[in-house]
Design a protein around this ligand. Structure first.
Ligand SMILES: [Fe+2]
Length: 476
């Protein structure tokens, strides 16, 4: 039985194929079109995962997408009634929703196929996130938490997983979102691009928590471990921010309001000087995110009594927080889906259909993230292939890695001091762009002419307790 899952018309468009519960391939569209976080219909990714299995779309039994326009309609209606969002926001959402709601015709249009035997499924966004972590983990009994910007009107969802079923306990709805909070302050800090939040996470340790009290006014953690936003600091719920979700790199317009400017001052322009104030705000932002997430995680542990946590959603890409979960909570084990952002929902869709819908038994554990294309002497026509052939021409780079000092290895190494630096990739690429394929760089061609730079020391935050086991699929 073949199941094809896709993430489309959303950042990180991707596809995943499983056969009888075993993962065949999973990859983002950006691996092929080289546009970061590309949003649209992942035609090339779908073609690739089908080609790995050697099948056509006519042989697929189930096709699913990680959005369900019918989910949370009541919450959406209540939001529209209370907040009265702008007509532009309503129109944008409707157009996007119509596309994901007509998966069958969209699939036929983009893939150029006729009537298929496949059944079509719309999987609610956060259920896809939760499935993407729990069902491929080695655990059969766990608490599950999904936190992101927003998807199907939900920003946070949690519950439990037992064997081949997930049970949702509760959720927090749009517009209250930790992902949107992080994006808004990142925009103010001069990092406006989709996915720039990771840079701000890296900036945070260089500052001090001088603005945490202000952050606590923006994100209000409740006694029950949930949170809400003071919406006066945002515009995403009312005016709506211009968003582009099709045929290119996703863009999100400014989502912080003038009230944030009143309290923080003028936003930093991109690529201008980063001052201590900017670093302090980044630090305070990260601290606030962690405070709110810890409240959620501790509540989840207390409510469920589980020893294992499975974490997914775009906010689970915040590796600084992830590393603090085990030392600071009662959870004994943790599993984080390597593509925990939206790209990984394609995988979640497959396993949600296989287990939750079709009630099939667990059959697969994701022990590594190398589910994408690989390059070799027989690879596709790609720049990487030409580099590989150049390396092959002077020797097999693996000889140097394994034994060192071989002729091939010395010759490879010698090239590095020239103008051409090189690398060798000899395994499948990972499903998600933040998880690079196993490879070995011997130099960087574009920097061959530069003198070595002084690299500032990496700052880390001490943990009050020693780390217990952090289980995460093998990534370099
Ligand atoms: Fe998401």
């Amino acid at each position: 039985m073949y199941i094809l899952g896709i993430n489309a018309y959303h950042g990180g468009a991707s596809a995943c194929l499983i056969q009888d519960g075993k993962l065949i391939a999973a990859v983002e569209e950006e691996r092929f079109n080289r546009t970061k976080y590309w949003a649209g219909f992942p035609v090339q990714a779908i073609r690739y995962v089908l080609s790995v299995a050697g099948i056509s779309p006519y042989e697929v039994d189930h096709i699913g997408i990680s959005r369900d326009p019918k989910a949370n309609l009541l919450q959406a209606a209540l939001f529209a009634f209370r907040q009265r969002p702008s007509l532009d926001l309503v129109r944008d959402r409707l157009q996007n929703t119509m596309k994901v709601g007509t998966l069958k015709s969209e699939f036929a249009k983009h893939m150029g196929v006729g009537e298929l035997k496949a059944q079509y499924h719309n999987v609610e966004h956060h259920r896809a996130h939760m499935a993407s972590a729990f069902f491929v983990s080695p655990f059969t009994d766990a608490a599950i938490l999904s936190v992101d910007g927003a998807g199907d009107f939900v920003t946070t969802m949690w519950g439990t997983g037992k064997d081949n079923q997930i049970s949702v306990q509760d959720e927090i709805n749009f517009p209250h979102s930790l992902g949107i909070f992080y994006t808004a302050v990142s925009q103010w800090l001069g990092f406006p691009k989709y996915g720039d939040e990771g840079k701000v996470m890296g900036l945070a340790p260089y500052g001090e928590p001088r603005y945490v009290d202000l952050m606590r006014k923006i994100v209000r953690v409740q006694r029950d471990g949930t949170f809400d936003l003071d919406l006066d600091y945002f515009v995403h719920h009312a005016e709506g921010a211009s968003m582009s979700w099709e045929g290119g790199e996703p863009t999100i317009g400014t989502i912080f309001s003038s009230k944030l400017v009143d309290v923080l001052g003028e936003p930093r322009a991109p690529r201008t000087e980063l001052t201590q104030k900017h670093m302090d705000i980044a630090h305070s932002l990260q601290a606030m995110l962690e405070e709110a997430e810890f409240a959620l995680v501790r509540r989840l542990q207390k409510d469920t009594g589980k020893q294992v946590l499975c974490l997914a959603g775009g906010v689970a890409l915040n590796s600084v927080f992830n590393g603090k979960v085990l030392p600071n909570t009662e959870f004994e084990d943790i599993y984080i889906q390597p593509a925990s952002g939206d790209a990984g929902t394609a995988l979640g869709v497959c396993y949600y259909i296989y287990h939750q819908v079709l009630n099939q038994p667990r059959a697969y554990v994701m022990n590594d993230a190398y589910t994408g294309p690989e390059y070799g002497n027989d690879g596709d026509s790609h720049r990487t292939r030409s580099l590989w052939l150049e390396v092959s021409a002077v020797g097999d780079g693996s000889a140097r890695e394994e034994g060192g000092g071989s002729r091939g290895g010395r010759e490879c190494h010698g090239l590095v001091s020239g103008a051409h630096g090189m690398g060798a990739a000899r395994a499948r690429q990972s499903q998600h762009h933040r998880r690079p394929a196993p490879r070995r760089y011997e130099g960087h061609p574009q920097r061959a002419h530069q003198a070595p730079r002084e690299v500032p020391p990496v700052r880390t935050v001490d943990s009050p307790r020693s780390h217990r086991r952090l289980l995460r699929p093998d990534v370099p």
